[in-house]
Design a protein around this ligand. Structure first.
Ligand code: PRX
Length: 649
């Protein structure tokens, strides 16, 4: 590992912006100067420039009760109005907001005027179903325009959305519905994925089948045309209901700190955390970063972020950032390889996409299948490329630049998290000299440092823990219903500094390299998974006595889930007669979702534990990655590791 890091940090390639790019760039170097001269004044200016305030704010930041921040808190705005009506009023109603591409090949282009009209109707529909400001609405939809419409309609009436990724299981959906006490679920009959319709309404039915829930209605968008069961009185077809409501809707202003959404993400315990974001600060940083990091020229660019709206990247860089900035964007329903491995590149050619934002794991899978696929398409419209979700290795970075970007397209590697709400560390494409593999520098107005365990800042060429040292506009405002966990998780380690959970290093130039999570959170294909959550799913199976899960390095997915499982004594016979690994993988899919399914399951008879009974995952990781096992002296029984290794070979 230290060898790899050394190689990374001595990466010598540098790519300065071309003169032409720099001359036309939205972001210029003076942003850094302005922000460092007066950080709060800088954010206040950005907010006034980029956001329409129904009632202007006079206070920028209230940090009198840390870590509970309030930004722009005496101002009032309507987030959906900012994403819709104001563009229409400014004469841009005919601009396409969304070029939507369904997986089977159906498509639909929706202008800002049309999107505004749809959201107004949806807002009236939600109100007619009794949804009021502050109520929670769960959204469980495929990547169809209605996902965006539903989110904006919820925002428009001051309610709070909780989008649940369509790949999560009924169980996961239910726990999120219960935690947020959602009154309404918006779903679809099904969506298209890998050439087939996957049912969503079935999962909602299963989620709501057991015991009383807070859900009063289920609104169902017709998309997959698959058959669905129906609960009269509770279930309603979106298309039927929307046809009945008024087309007019005036957006009311809400306070800047009105909750906008809850998004669940994995932490170090078995229970996902409901990350809470509010309105004015979030929208400010979403719009600022989207415009400056991607060099957005809304009148000429076509932007595409390949993330699902079920993740934070979809919230900030499919919905709120681009729409607040009046961008034209592509929304694609399906998978990259359906019906052929060049589907993404075909879409870029079709819509002349100029800004493309995706994850390293996708790039690495494309590298694997070869450049002949992208090379069949004209990708010359691309002028900015972005990366997010995990560290991008220099090799993938170069491939992305050369093969997708035609050799001269800047790449911005953007570091941020569900909790940070928007990009925090990234190059600015017209300013920064790019360095493959490094996220490089904090954005203007963002204060980052790397500390050692004792909280002392490390120097050049040194590594430690990444922290944010000053509050930022789009920071999480808490964990839904659990203020103590919020303080404990992020603020107990270094007091007044936000601890991100990531390891990082400064290189010799003082630029930042992300080194992966330092806690029990895994990153599989850019998706965050908790070892504890998968372990508790595994031990919930009747065969399992104990389980330990680690994230092992994987060439394509970054990390892969590897599980070590002990079978119960009285189940050994049953276990002999079935394919245990297959059974347990299926079980994890049902409990959490297919993304959490372990790549490998090893059946063992013991797990390495310290004398106090703590599982030493570090040693299991050594085994899973095929390395020599590290120091075992603190194990209660030092023979355990040899017995595990003997078992695996
Ligand atoms: O470990 C970091 C990694 O993804 C984590 C955040 O995951 P999530 O909340 O799901 O948000 C992902 C999309 C913003 C971080 O703690 N991560 C994200 N972006 C990068 C990254 N690691 C390295 N480089 C990045 N650009």
């Amino acid at each position: 590992m230290s060898n790899t890091i050394d190689n990374l940090l001595h990466e010598a390639r540098r790519f300065a912006p071309t003169e032409e790019f720099a001359a036309n760039a939205i972001a210029t170097a003076d942003l850094y100067e302005r922000a460092s001269a007066d950080r709060l004044g800088f954010w206040a200016d950005q907010s006034r420039d980029l956001v329409h305030w129904h009632t202007p704010f006079t206070r920028t930041l209230d940090w009198s009760n840390p870590p509970f921040a309030k930004w722009f808190d005496d101002g009032e705005l309507n987030v959906a109005y900012n994403c819709l009506d104001r563009h229409v009023l400014a004469g841009n109603g005919d601009r396409v907001a969304i070029h939507w591409e369904g997986e089977p090949g159906d498509s639909r282009s929706i202008t800002y005027a049309e999107l505004t009209a749809e959201v107004k109707k949806a807002a009236n529909l939600l109100t007619s179903l009794g949804i009021q400001a502050g109520d929670r609405v769960a959204i469980y939809l495929p990547m169809i325009p209605e996902a965006v419409i539903a989110m904006l309609a919820v925002a428009r009436i001051g309610a709070v959305h909780s989008v649940v990724f369509g790949g999560f299981s009924a169980e996961s959906l239910r726990s999120r519905i219960d935690d947020a006490e959602a009154k309404l679920v918006i779903t679809a009959d099904g969506g298209w994925r890998k050439g087939r319709v996957f049912p969503l309404k079935d999962a909602v039915d299963a989620a709501l089948a057991n015991g009383e829930s807070t859900v009063e209605h289920v609104l169902v968008v017709k998309r997959g045309e698959n058959e669905v069961a129906w609960t009269a009185g509770r279930d309603l077809w979106w298309q039927d209901e929307i046809a009945l409501v008024d087309a007019d809707h005036v957006a009311k202003a809400f306070p800047a700190e009105n909750p906008l959404f809850i998004l669940y993400t994995s932490g170090t315990t078995g229970k996902p955390k409901g990350i809470l974001h509010t309105s004015g600060g979030y929208l400010t940083q979403a719009a600022f970063t989207h415009k400056n990091v991607f060099d957005l020229h809304p009148e000429s660019d076509v932007y595409w972020c390949s993330a699902d709206v079920g993740w934070i990247t979809g919230h900030t860089y499919v919905v709120y950032g681009p729409l607040a900035n009046g961008a034209t964007q592509v929304l694609y329903e399906g998978t990259p390889e359906t019906p052929h491995p060049g589907r993404w590149w075909e879409i870029i050619e079709k819509y002349k996409v100029s800004i493309f934002y995706t994850a390293p794991t996708a790039i690495r899978s494309f590298m694997k299948i070869g450049r002949q696929h992208p090379q069949k398409f004209d990708l010359s419209s691309l002028r900015v490329l972005g990366s997010v979700g995990e560290p991008i290795n220099p090799e993938a970075w170069m491939w992305y630049r050369d093969v997708i970007g035609g050799g001269d397209t800047p790449i911005v590697d953007t570091w941020w998290q569900t909790e940070t709400g928007a990009i925090m560390v990234s190059a600015l494409p017209g300013v920064t000299t790019l360095k493959p593999g490094s996220a490089q520098v904090p954005l203007p107005g963002i204060s980052i440092d790397i500390l050692d365990e004792a909280g002392v800042p490390v120097g050049k060429d040194e590594g430690g823990l990444l922290v944010v040292t000053e509050p930022w506009p789009s920071m999480l405002r808490g964990i839904w219903g659990d203020p103590d966990r919020f303080v404990e998780t992020y603020w107990s380690k270094f007091g007044d500094k936000y601890f991100a959970g990531d390891g990082a290093r400064y290189d010799m130039d003082g630029e930042i390299w992300l080194m992966g999570r330092v806690d029990d959170v895994m990153n599989v294909s850019g998706h965050r998974l908790s070892t504890a959550e998968i372990e508790s799913a595994l031990v919930a199976h009747p065969l399992t006595a104990e389980a330990a899960v680690v994230g092992a390095a994987d060439e394509t997915t970054g990390q892969a889930v590897v599980a070590f499982v002990i079978i119960k004594q009285n189940q050994l016979e049953t276990a002999e007669s079935i394919d245990v690994a297959a059974e347990l993988r299926k079980h994890v899919s049902q409990q959490i979702g297919a993304i959490a399914r372990p790549r490998d399951i090893f059946i063992v008879t013991e797990l390495p534990k310290t004398r106090s009974g703590k599982i030493m995952r570090r040693l299991l990781k050594d085994v899973a990655e095929g390395r020599e096992v590290g120091d075992t002296t603190t194990l209660a029984d030092t023979a355990v590791m040899s017995s595990i290794q003997a078992k695996l070979t």
